[in-house]
Write a protein that binds this ligand. Structure first.
Ligand code: GLP
Length: 252
């Protein structure tokens, strides 16, 4: 695991954007794993500024988002689909056919069977997502944020490292952390998330962490102990991980 400690959030955003843009230059047909949350917003803003709609940065790129809330339509203001359009997709030349997010409304597909249909449809959606990643040739570069409890994507503490895309219950602390994104409702109780094994299959991984709130989690990651109590520690098993942190998250 390589560590890059930068001065502040702006430097973190610049560094993340440089890595993303360099990867697009090296392979215009790259398959990306992309995160949501406050942390990558600055990185996306830089990428948008660099690419604009005039440059053909994303023309042949394929993206897979890490996760989506169960029950939210893609046009719901707090869905991750909306987040991605707002921060990236609406501003670059990506082909909508190459954008992938888990379908938060997949449960509706089985409504004809009120007992089992919804849950089975959700499971099918998880399998479909995992297969779509495989069909695209696998993730080549995946960006991650870091939950204060060490979660990556929505893989909460206790997640086995061999977990794949599946439906998860969100912890109270994760729901509280994401509550500011929900104006008129509390965050949903569940999400579809790539699993830790799905993420670890990515050829390269960049994790971003910024701000004092992440300091304890960053310190634990730096400590090096590998435990399912701290999902991000699974990254120690991966040969090509870079962690970019700013000084307030690094604590030095
Ligand atoms: C959410 C997302 C994660 C993200 C985390 C941290 O739970 N599902 O993918 O890494 O929040 O978000 P933030 O960057 O806002 O601290």
């Amino acid at each position: 695991m390589k560590w890059e400690i930068v001065d502040d959030y702006e430097a973190l955003s610049i560094s993340g954007a440089h890595r993303l843009l360099a990867a697009l230059d090296a392979n215009p047909r790259i398959v990306l794993g992309l995160p949501t949350g406050k942390t990558p917003e600055g990185m996306y803003a830089r990428v948008v500024r660099e690419c604009g709609v005039s440059r053909h940065c994303f023309e042949e790129v394929t993206t897979f988002n890490l996760d989506e809330y169960v029950g939210l339509a893609p046009d719901h203001p707090s869905s991750y689909a909306t987040y991605m359009r707002k921060h990236l997709f609406d501003h670059v030349d990506i082909d909508p056919a190459n954008i992938n997010l888990p379908d938060g409304l997949a449960a509706r597909i089985g409504e004809e069977d009120p007992r089992h249909g919804n849950e089975e449809a959700l499971l099918r959606e998880c399998r479909r997502y995992e297969q779509a990643i495989a069909r695209a040739g696998g993730l080549q570069l995946t960006f991650l944020g870091l939950g204060t409890n060490g979660h990556i994507a929505f893989n909460e503490p206790g997640t086995p490292f061999d977990a794949r895309t599946r439906v998860v219950e969100l912890t109270e602390s994760t729901k509280a952390a994401n509550a500011p994104y929900f104006r008129d409702q509390t965050p949903p109780d569940r999400a579809i998330t790539m699993g830790i094994a799905t993420i670890l299959d990515s050829r390269e991984i960049v994790l971003l962490a910024s701000g004092e709130k992440k300091r304890a989690a960053v310190e634990r990651l730096r400590g090096g102990e590998v435990t399912t109590d701290f999902p991000a520690s699974a990254l120690h098993h991966h040969p090509r991980v870079t962690v970019i942190v700013d000084r307030s998250a690094a604590g030095d």
